[in-house]
Design a protein around this ligand. Sequence first.
Ligand code: BT5
Length: 342
Amino acid sequence: MSRRSDVLEALREAAGEGVSGEALATRLEVSRAAVAKHVAALRALGYEIAGVAGAGYRLLSAPDLPIPEEVAPLVEDLLWVRFEGGIETGSTNDDAKVLARAGAPAGTVVLAARQYAGRGRLGRTWESADGGLYLSVVLRPEVGVVDLAPVPLVVSVGVVRGLERFGVDARLKWPNDVWLASGEEAHGTARGSPRDAGRGPGKLAGILVEISAESDRVDWLVAGVGVNVRPGGGRVAGAAYVTDALAAGVDVRLPAVAAAVLDGIAASLAAWSAGGFEAVRDDYERLSMLIGADVVVRDAGGVVRGSGTVQGVDAFGRLLLAGPAGTVAVSAGDVTLRDPEA
Ligand code: BT5
């Protein structure tokens, strides 16, 4: 990544031993002053680095933050080639779009530990306090614009797959919300860990996909994901957190969750690239929390786009609703459960 990361890698390798500024300078072919500057930058990110005269620098602890320095070494999938970002930004989607316009390669990742202008769909806000992870990826799929419709669903399946690694039983609410099922709804308690039954269901993660295309050719696609890992500055209304699904006293590290989510997304995207949405559809439907539910879908203006019993999704990622007039496919909107009294 950068010289700063190289300094960090050398400190990690030296572990408890410590490494002198001179040795670092020689190894990285920079001045000792530059080494000192990089060490200061790492300390500003939250790394505890002891600087003992004669013994050199020693890494004492790393911050529990989803920043490139911590996430990149944990990511396994080769799709992710470049890691950008830091502790705070306005919106990782905005940053990723700037990078995409400037020619960043497919597989570029932007990370943040908090956002001050996090965005949801349709101009809504995404609360982005400490304790969550906020990431956006740049992709350049060689498909037509119409083929991009299911991408948010494909990404959402990947997010669930990533969270499964921590025993989190997440579900999908069409089109692309990731929810934590409540104790009773969740089938199969992964690892058999006891759950915090006091927490009801809630939104665990949201996905925002933005594209740029010229006529039918996709130039770039940015997929942004916000995941609530633990309530930092208090619980957001209607939100659920990864830690809600863990046994009391069990915690996760944010870089580990970020890396797992990225690898999950990469695997889901790979299935989609190879076989189209058909290759992901079964997974999507299996993870859906809406199959068989009676719902109403409304657009941003509140106009009803469809209602009925959810059958599944079609090859374009549209929600299939069975009603008195037969089955209809809805391509966009917000889903609410139909009030049986209405
Ligand atoms: C989404 O929108 O769910 C997409 C969220 C995408 C956020 C990521 S973070 C990284 C990247 N950078 C960005 O700026 N954005 C992306 P939508 O379906 O419109 O849901 C938004 C609604 O969810 C809000 O109107 C609130 O009701 C609710 N909400 C806001 N913050 C939340 C949170 N942290 N947890 C749960 N629900 C939240």
